[in-house]
Design a protein around this ligand. Structure first.
Ligand code: FES
Length: 136
């Protein structure tokens, strides 16, 4: 059985879609079922509470070609990541996302993997592109 939170996020997914000219894109495939998800981030800069400049997720969107649990987990991931610093968002875990959803049924736990890995890959993509720019 799915929790009300899972059903809500599946029926009304937050931040679904694509970001034109995204700063980072994460593509993840689920080896267990063959489903795929794309996660897009837009990064901006702000000053943190200690007066230091930090990069944060100004916008995030997802496209999931997957099951109801994967859609709900993706939606929850974007909600958790939006507005977080890149370092904080990078720490979002499969368990954390699963907890926030009120827990997926055990046989559906693997569906939360897509989005947890998707946000990490999108951030890594951003870091890699930034590194390339610095190298050139
Ligand atoms: Fe494929 Fe859920 S069954 S992600």
């Amino acid at each position: 059985m799915y929790t009300d939170k899972v059903i809500d996020h599946f029926k009304n997914p937050r931040n679904m879609g694509e970001i034109e000219g995204a700063d980072g894109i994460g593509r993840v495939g689920n080896v267990k079922c063959g489903d795929v998800m794309y996660l897009y981030i837009k990064v901006a800069k702000r000053t943190d509470s200690k007066g230091r400049e930090e990069e944060y997720i100004e916008d995030v969107k997802f496209k999931t070609l997957g099951c109801a649990a994967a859609v709900a987990a993706s939606s929850m991931t974007t909600e958790l990541a939006l507005g977080k610093s890149l370092d904080e968002a990078y720490k979002l875990s499969r368990d954390g996302i699963n907890e926030a959803l009120g827990k997926l049924p055990p046989q559906k736990y693997h569906c939360s993997i897509l989005s947890a890995d998707g946000i990490k890959k999108a951030i890594e993509d951003y870091w890699n592109k930034k590194q390339d720019k610095t190298d050139n």
